[in-house]
Design a binder for this molecule. Sequence first.
Ligand code: TIU
Length: 221
Amino acid sequence: MRLITAQPFDFEFKTSEIALIVIDMQRDFVEPGGFGETLGNDVSLLRSIIPKTKELLEGFRELGLPIIHTRECHKPDLSDLPDAKRDRGNPSLRIGDEGPMGRILVSGEPGADIIPELYPIENEIVIDKPGKGAFYQTDLPQILTKIGIRQLVFAGVTTEVCVQTTMREANDRGFDCILAKDATESYFPEFKKSAIDMIKAQGAIVGWVSSVDEILDGLKS
Ligand code: TIU
């Protein structure tokens, strides 16, 4: 039995069944002028996790374990963008509008791409998703089945929005999920803390929580 030290209790895993999923580390969320900032957020808060997320990514690369990156973005014709999502709230620019990094949250634009520090390399899977959850209107379920994955290590942004939504989708589909708490961040520190508390409560009702060092120690031991 192989173990990662975690909360609320150690996480059992099989090397052949575990993958890393890095959620939405896109310029639109972590750089000025993108979607995150149009919503009124201080995007600099999210940049603090880049070094630890890079360590996690490089650890998985060294071990030759599968890596999935997601990007929240929409088709250029916005046919996959519900009016309810485009019209919500009072952002300074809406999805599809032209911003300093191209059209906000549109596939193929510089802002929708993954930040250079964490850019995918050959053979890593990249999933474009129109929703907050990565299982909604994507090929992710079929891809995970095809490569035999049943356990997911989560990193990325934001903790209580796309990370938590995807963890809950995965949990309901029978995946064991573990969140790297120092490789995820929110625009709201109190929401990050609450999301982590919710995930691990009630005997890991959504999943486990651990650190990058503990995850890599467990995988390498
Ligand atoms: N706004 C916010 O916190 N997040 C998102 O809109 N998407 C993701 O979390 N990726």
